[in-house]
Write a protein of this length. Structure first.
Length: 173
């Protein structure tokens, strides 16, 4: 295991749009990355990302967090809530940590901050996510944070020409 690192975890601002786009594009280029995103597929403009971040910031059940080390984004986590009354309480979580920064406590710090935010909203009661069955490290992180596997989706994603199963996991807050 690599040494732990102190990262700043904060809510993303519209001014983070350009570095966030660059981060996601670098992430998609990583070989064997377990995210459902192909190289070159992430194509939001800076203006679109700025608007997205502003919209999420204004919503009571959405948040985008970034992890920074020395001013550079090395991880991100987004929770996006439903827009209908029946689903306002449930958010979908997606997160990533850049190669070279994994297994150093950044994912744990992002997840802890997201759970804290969810509890503080007074709105969010459920955090759910999907994770590739083969992504043992991420599954371990989610389980140690209290998430439980609720089901398995067979051939849920076609990744690199291969069909991959994923788990549906959730945490009730």
């Amino acid at each position: 295991m690599s040494r732990a690192v102190e990262a700043t975890i904060r809510e993303a601002q519209p001014s983070d749009a350009e570095p966030l786009i660059a981060y996601v594009q670098r992430l998609a280029e990583e070989p064997d990355i377990d995210v459902p995103l192909a190289p070159g597929e992430f194509s939001l403009t800076v203006e679109e990302e700025e608007q997205l971040l502003a919209d999420w910031h204004a919503a009571g059940n959405c948040i985008m967090l970034v992890a920074e080390v020395d001013g550079r984004i090395v991880g991100q986590l987004g929770c996006r809530g439903g827009t209908r009354k029946a689903s306002l309480h449930a958010v979908r979580l997606g997160m990533s940590v850049a190669r070279g920064w994994r297994n150093r406590g950044i994912g744990t710090a992002l997840l802890e901050r997201a759970v804290e935010w969810a509890r503080d909203t007074g709105v969010v009661k459920r955090i759910e996510l999907n994770v590739y069955v083969r992504n043992v490290g991420a599954i371990h992180l989610y389980e140690k944070s209290g998430f439980e596997i609720e089901g398995r989706r067979h051939r849920a994603v076609c990744h690199g020409g291969e069909y991959v199963d994923d788990y549906v996991m959730a945490l009730l807050v």
